[in-house]
Design a protein around this ligand. Structure first.
Ligand code: FE2
Length: 129
């Protein structure tokens, strides 16, 4: 469910609308499954899904999608500090973003801020890898 909301927000920000076919392509999931999920999200009040007009997020859906996107961005920012390749970062972040708790995310954000503000500290951490 998180992946769908994240993807819908991404498509809306990129193109102004989210269509089942684009969600299906980006997530690598069949269009039939996407359509089923959109109906479910609609019945839970997270999106408004109209068959031929695309999908928009409700206020609650947008709030959740923003929180997921925020987790994604914070985790990506943290891992990029250590020179890990982008493909690995993306793969790891997509897994971690579903599980990481709010307190742990706050720690990761604080450590990322501290390392960004102190290149010497970052360098000394990187030397340990
Ligand atoms: Fe993500």
């Amino acid at each position: 469910m998180d992946d769908y909301l994240e993807q819908i927000l991404h498509l809306i920000e990129e193109k102004g609308y989210a269509r089942a076919i684009d969600i299906s392509k980006n997530l690598g999931i069949s269009q039939a499954s996407v359509t089923n999920m959109l109906r479910r999200l609609d019945s839970e009040g997270l999106v408004l899904h109209e068959k031929y007009r695309g999908t928009v997020l409700t206020e609650e859906g947008r709030r959740i999608a923003r929180a997921i996107t925020d987790r994604h961005e914070t985790l990506t920012r943290f891992l990029r500090l250590f020179g890990i390749d982008e493909k690995t970062i993306y793969h790891d972040v997509e897994g971690m973003e579903h599980h990481v708790s709010r307190p742990t995310l706050d720690v990761i954000r604080a450590v990322a801020d501290a390392l960004e503000a102190d290149p010497k500290l970052l360098e000394s951490v990187r030397r340990r890898l």
